[in-house]
Ligand binder design. Structure first.
Ligand code: DAH
Length: 354
């Protein structure tokens, strides 16, 4: 009995989990456990033997049961301690600082332009960036042999040999949206089309992808005078100060007559200021939409006429916010983005300053 006692008390003390403890319990005091078997043997003993063996066996059973219970408590206390250590959390620590992103100047200016033109009744039209070359050129009165086609440094979409679909290009300007908008909506129409355009060109003032905003207004009696008013209204709202414009005769295949438009500026102190001084800065191309272009858009030139213009979004963003290098727009340099970016809560203003 002493041996039995030593064996179980020792084993219980060194058990490392509850499963091991349960095995020991079954082996010692379970129905078929060693101590239970010994108790069953009591019946075969003489009354004298039974008198000493009975109480001793009972005492042993009690001792083992209480050793099991004590060990079980100790094991679960240890498990709880371990969890408390592992899952400890300091809820008083300050939160982790997460930097807020900013709105890119191009997005900001895109929104500003859209808001100003929307206020003058222009809706937003869209077209694909991978454009059918008919829309990008022919429909705009730029035939296959026209130098503008070569001048534009066009990216052509690859065609496998034997693929006879019409050629597609990355659109070189937003002007094809004029055609798509006229085809979809007919006349009268008043839309702008901001978007990405592509040309194979790269230096301080050119990137292979940049942004333009196209304008188109067609009605019965729209004239260059309306164009001039709309543009002066736009630039004054955009720059937040009265801005004069100057129209210079020019040539574009898709307009007749055509004009390049300059805005008033000064170069005092080496930086450009718009809306003052007596220098001029070229900012866009425009004109009266060519009859052939109206026809391509299924609009009857005998009944309808109007103006169009196209302007670089990146360029007017640089002018308004004093950004010197166009390429930085597309470098995704976080320091640059934080410096020139806008808070998401900074809503574009209409006619600020005038
Ligand atoms: N599409 C021309 C370009 O990218 C800009 C332009 C000029 C657009 C005159 C027009 C326009 O709508 O009338 O250089």
């Amino acid at each position: 009995m002493q041996e039995l006692r030593d064996k179980y008390i020792h084993a219980i003390a060194s058990a490392t989990d509850e499963a091991a403890l349960e095995e020991l319990r079954l082996a010692a005091v379970g129905k078929k456990g060693e101590i239970s078997l010994k108790m069953r043997e009591l019946g075969k003993m003489t009354p004298e033997e039974r008198q000493t063996a009975g109480p001793a066996l009972n005492a042993l059973k009690d001792e083992i049961n209480s050793a099991l219970a004590a060990k079980k408590t100790a094991l679960s206390d240890a498990a709880l301690d371990e969890r408390l250590q592992a899952e400890w959390l300091d809820v008083t620590l300050p939160g982790r600082d997460r930097r807020q992103g900013t709105i890119h100047p191009v997005s900001q200016v895109w929104e500003e332009c859209t808001a100003i033109f929307a206020d003058m009744g222009f809706a937003v039209a869209e077209g694909p960036q991978v454009e059918d070359d008919w829309y990008n050129f022919d429909a705009l009165n730029i035939p296959g042999h026209h130098p503008a086609r070569a001048e534009m440094d066009t990216f052509y979409i690859h065609r496998a040999e034997g693929d006879n679909r019409p050629p597609h290009v990355l659109r070189t300007h937003t002007s094809p949206v004029q055609i798509r908008a006229m085809q979809a909506q007919g006349a009268p129409i008043r839309v702008i089309a901001p978007g990405r355009v592509y040309r194979s060109d790269f230096d301080q003032t050119h990137t292979p992808m940049f942004h333009q905003i196209e304008g188109l207004a067609i009605d019965r009696d729209i004239s260059m005078a309306n164009l001039k008013w709309v543009l002066e209204e736009f630039f004054s709202a955009y720059f937040g100060t009265k801005v004069k414009t100057r129209f210079r005769a020019s040539h574009f295949p898709f307009t007749e007559p055509s004009a390049e438009v300059d805005i008033q500026c000064s170069w005092e102190g080496g930086t450009v200021k718009v809306g003052e001084g007596d220098d001029w800065l070229e900012v866009l191309g425009s004109g009266m939409v060519h009859p052939k272009v109206l026809q391509a858009g299924n609009v009857d030139p005998a009944q309808w006429q109007g103006f169009a213009f196209g302007m670089g979004i990146d360029r007017i963003a640089m002018l308004k916010y004093g950004i010197p290098d166009l390429r930085a727009f597309f470098d995704s340099d976080l320091r640059w983005l934080r410096h020139y970016g806008f808070s998401a809560l900074q809503v574009p203003t209409l006619r600020g300053g005038i």
